[in-house]
Design a protein around this ligand. Structure first.
Ligand code: ZN
Length: 170
């Protein structure tokens, strides 16, 4: 499963006008009207849900410079660190989901489990198969993480198979 890498934490929000000011300091020959046009065009593409060819949300600032692509495809880095993003493009993603990534968490904070990309999995959202209700391990706090991993791994399978299953005796 590909969860989005776009999180509020990595990007530093900036307004289009302030970004243009910063950009001009480093690129004094830039055509302001043209840059603004490209930023607004990438922003409206972002808002209507245009994605990078890889499926991620586009990075508006990078897309204005090199064409619509996500942060990772433009920079080759997995996550933004202190990179700017137009504020209006960050607001939307923060409404969508607040997935935490293991790379950004303090070691003491890391509990529970994470998918292959390091994004935290909300175990409350994992469905409990009916088989579990008749299992001795059901509601056993020592087994909970293992049970959740088994459930998560098979979340898209039609039939749930668990090798730790033991029928409750009554
Ligand atoms: Zn991409």
């Amino acid at each position: 499963m590909q969860l989005t890498n776009r999180r509020d934490m990595g990007f530093v929000p900036i307004s289009i006008d302030n970004y243009i000011k910063k950009h001009l300091k480093n690129n004094p020959r830039e055509n302001v009207a043209d840059l603004k046009k490209r930023l607004n065009s990438a922003l409206s593409d972002y808002k209507i849900g245009v994605k990078c060819h890889c499926g991620n949300d586009i990075w508006v600032i990078g897309s204005a410079l090199v064409g619509n692509s996500c942060f990772t495809c433009i920079t080759g880095e997995r996550h933004p660190t202190d990179d700017y993003e137009i504020d209006a493009a960050i607001d939307k993603s923060s409404n969508k989901k607040g997935v935490r990534n293991i790379d950004d968490m303090a070691p003491t904070e890391i509990a529970g489990f994470f998918d292959d990309d390091g994004n935290e999995i909300n175990t409350d959202l994992i469905k409990k198969p009916s088989l579990c209700l008749t299992c001795v391990h059901d509601n056993d706090p020592n087994e909970e993480i293992l049970c959740n991993m088994t459930r998560y791994d098979q979340r898209n399978d039609k039939e749930f198979i668990c090798f730790a299953y033991r029928k409750k005796f009554r």
